[in-house]
Design a protein around this ligand. Structure first.
Ligand SMILES: O=C(CO)[C@@H](O)[C@@H](O)COP(=O)(O)O
Length: 241
């Protein structure tokens, strides 16, 4: 018995399944080594989110091992998985959920090319149409912050609030991405690494050509509202508004 009620219990169960399964996508797309990356998802209709336990191998991340937290990042006692320590980035994820109500999922990885840009403290310029589609401009750099308090979360929110990009490169650390759902945030993490690698490769042969800002705007608008299917997470969230 969780004490949440039937509807919230069902929502928690669905987010547990979703978040557990999405960690396999981080592995599939080569975004993580060992246990260095995490996915969380907000529980619709409740001030709760679900995140993985800290330092547990990805092939052991079943739904019942996911951890339910409140929006202060405190583990809900007595729930499945609560005997374990949550991800060391739980406070950062919680800060994002508290301060950006439209966010339904948060992802952090140490994907190699994105971390290389973060280590230099250099924003990734928007020089491909695919990047304009997903990010609508450059991927910005967030401040240097270390695990232990709200500072990573603050840096993510300060950098991404009002920004089109769903990704921030936290300086000397790595990418954090947000989405309307956990899956949407995983997609942003996959595409962040893809553009980090592509723009890095492009620069080996010279300076990439810029895309005019009005063209970036048009590509971004089309991708958000026309690309894919009306049932896609982002377009559904927009309709539900
Ligand atoms: O960046 C760090 C630690 O520096 C963490 O995000 C990473 O190792 C993953 O930690 P968790 O297994 O989620 O606790």
């Amino acid at each position: 018995m969780s004490g949440f009620g039937v509807e919230v219990d069902a929502a928690v169960a669905a987010v547990r399944e979703d978040v557990a399964g999405l960690h396999a996508e981080l592995v599939r797309y080569g975004l993580v080594v060992w246990t260095a990356g995490n996915v969380s998802g907000r529980v619709p209709g409740a001030d709760l989110f679900v995140i993985k336990p800290s330092g547990v191998p990805y092939d052991e991340l079943s739904a019942d091992r996911m951890i339910v937290c409140d929006l202060d990042g405190v583990v809900v006692p007595g729930t499945a998985g609560s005997e374990r320590s949550p991800s060391s980035d739980t406070a950062a994820h919680a800060y994002v959920y508290r301060n950006l109500p439209e966010v339904g999922g948060v992802v952090h990885t140490h994907s190699a090319y994105a971390v290389a840009w973060a280590a230099r403290g250099e924003a990734i310029p928007c020089v491909t149409t695919g990047m304009a589609d997903e990010f609508g401009g450059p991927i910005p750099v967030g401040p240097f912050a270390v695990i232990g308090d709200d500072s990573i979360g603050r840096g993510i929110v300060e950098t991404l609030r009002g920004h089109r990009s769903r990704a921030v490169l936290m300086r000397n650390h790595g990418p954090f991405t947000i989405g309307v759902t956990a899956r949407d945030a995983v997609k942003a993490a996959v595409l962040t690494e893809d553009v980090a690698r592509t723009v890095h490769l492009a620069r080996q042969g010279g300076e990439p050509l810029p895309i005019p800002p009005d063209v970036i705007d048009r590509l971004y608008e089309r991708y958000q509202h026309v690309y894919g299917q009306a049932t896609d997470d982002r377009r559904s969230a927009e309709r539900e508004g």
